[in-house]
Write a protein that binds this ligand. Structure first.
Ligand SMILES: [Zn+2]
Ligand SMILES: [Zn+2]
Length: 459
């Protein structure tokens, strides 16, 4: 507080016309200004020293080894809630008491799939909670902070971060540091998926994954900022930033696609066209601001042409800002977000026309206009896709990768908090069910069959 107050005083002094006149008379600074500036400088220095001392490496808050807690653990081909004992945390690690963790469709395979886990693993890749202890070298968070353990880290100093791509921060390579954090009853070490986990009463996270959030918003809503909500918002607010009045197309109205709809609304997009096979999700999209919803099962063969026609605009007069002409170069939307995913498990609701998701992936490229932006979020798709070479080379489309939609976590998570607080984003709108730790399997079954929209696990 004292720092910002000091800075504010300095700014008002600089803009004071009387002080400027006095400065001119004395060839720079008046005596009054010099005395005041000296006092301010001393005060600033004192405050900065005090701040530096409190920012000094935290002192570890005592041993946490042996602390009992419960977690959902995948071991072999089965999964169950287990009693674990915590190991000591490292010097750059943070112990978080989890309060909420987002149910992510990508994780359904890790919870419900038939993969054989050689090393017992706590699934999920995000969570929210309260800092309980920090390693001796941790600076970013402190004991008692409310903290997001984000699906994407941001260290700020690796090559990727320094070159403007923290969504691809080198700390994403969790294999470098994903050591066991706890032991099973028989002494077997337990690791966390992606060095995060989340379906657990405790998380141990590297500092680079921890984003302190200073707000009174509910834990359940904030937990979405480590995963689905943040990915959808970022797809419209970072690399493919939606422009006012523009045409936006969103494939998929799950938690991520609906966040993209909200992001587009927040940017005053013109048309927001949502393509989604499930009726209740189309209705939700309209509630949140979609201007048109299309069912890909009804419009399968004509979808691309239909969307292009909808985006042509009010005139085909080329000398009056219009556009005309069929084909990949002229028709289509300014911003397209592909968030439909493939069917990792059979849906209990209306399935789309292609369970692999590759059709939607190709269509998303086809409905992006030449010069437009395409952001790809559907990590659940499997297989390969081909494009006609000349069109691929000449289309001038910008394609953005989908690692959390291009989120810069330290910059963007606080921004999204502000947007939720102001009412610009309705985070609660996509939470349709919460489950306790003992309901992990049931909750993920609802995520997997898409019968619930957004699920949060409250630990
Ligand atoms: Zn996820
Ligand atoms: Zn980094």
């Amino acid at each position: 507080m004292s720092d910002s107050a000091t800075q504010g005083d300095t700014c008002s002094e600089r803009s004071d016309p009387i002080a400027r006149t006095a400065n001119a008379e004395s060839g720079g600074l008046s005596r009054r200004s010099m005395l005041k500036a000296g006092a301010l400088a001393a005060a600033t220095l004192t405050a900065a020293r005090a701040q530096a001392q409190t920012d000094a490496p935290s002192v570890a808050t005592g041993s946490v080894a042996g602390r009992p807690f419960r977690a959902f653990v995948r071991s072999g081909t089965t999964g169950s809630v287990e009693d674990l004992r915590l190991r000591e945390i490292g010097r750059r690690q943070v112990l978080v008491r989890t309060t909420a963790s987002c149910g992510c469709y990508t994780i359904t395979r890790s919870v419900l799939g038939d993969r054989d886990y050689e090393t017992p693993t706590i699934p999920n890749h995000s969570g929210f909670g309260v800092v309980e202890a920090v390693g001796a070298e941790v600076r970013r968070v402190r004991e008692g902070d409310r903290v997001l353990v984000c699906g994407t880290p941001e260290c700020g100093v690796c090559y990727q971060c320094l070159h403007g791509n923290p969504e691809a921060c080198n700390y994403l390579n969790s294999q470098l540091f994903n050591e066991p954090i706890a032991d099973m009853a028989d002494g077997t070490g337990v690791i966390q998926q992606g060095a995060i986990g989340g379906l657990s009463e405790l998380m141990v996270a590297m500092e680079e994954y921890c984003i302190p959030l200073f707000t009174d918003l509910p834990d359940e809503e904030l937990s979405l900022l480590g995963d689905t909500l943040a990915a959808g918002l970022s797809s419209t607010l970072t690399y493919g930033r939606v422009e006012p009045g523009s045409n936006v197309v969103v494939f998929g109205a799950g938690p991520i696609g609906l966040a993209a709809v909200q992001g587009a609304v927040s940017q005053s997009a013109g048309q927001i066209i949502v393509i989604e096979p499930v009726a209740y999700r189309r209705e939700k999209a309209v509630e949140l601001g979609a201007t048109t919803v299309l069912d890909p099962n009804v419009d399968t063969d004509t979808l691309v042409e239909r969307v292009r026609e909808m985006c042509y605009g009010p005139t085909d007069r080329l000398d009056a800002g219009g556009r005309y002409g069929p084909g990949y170069r002229y028709g289509g939307a300014d911003f397209v977000i592909e968030a439909s995913g493939g069917d990792l498990f059979p849906p209990a609701v209306e399935p789309g026309p292609d369970p692999t998701g590759l059709l939607a992936l190709r269509q998303s490229w086809d409905v992006t206009r030449g010069g437009g932006h395409l952001t790809l979020l559907a990590a659940g798709q499997r297989g390969e896709i081909s494009f006609p070479t000349a069109r691929f080379c000449l289309s001038t489309r910008s394609i953005h990768g989908g690692q959390m939609g291009g989120m810069h976590p330290m910059r963007d998570a606080p921004r999204y908090v502000t947007m939720i607080e102001s009412g610009a984003i309705d985070a609660a709108a996509v939470i349709t069910a919460t489950y306790p730790l003992d309901g992990v399997v049931e909750g993920f079954e609802r995520v997997a069959d898409r019968s619930e929209l957004g699920v949060v696990f409250t630990l």
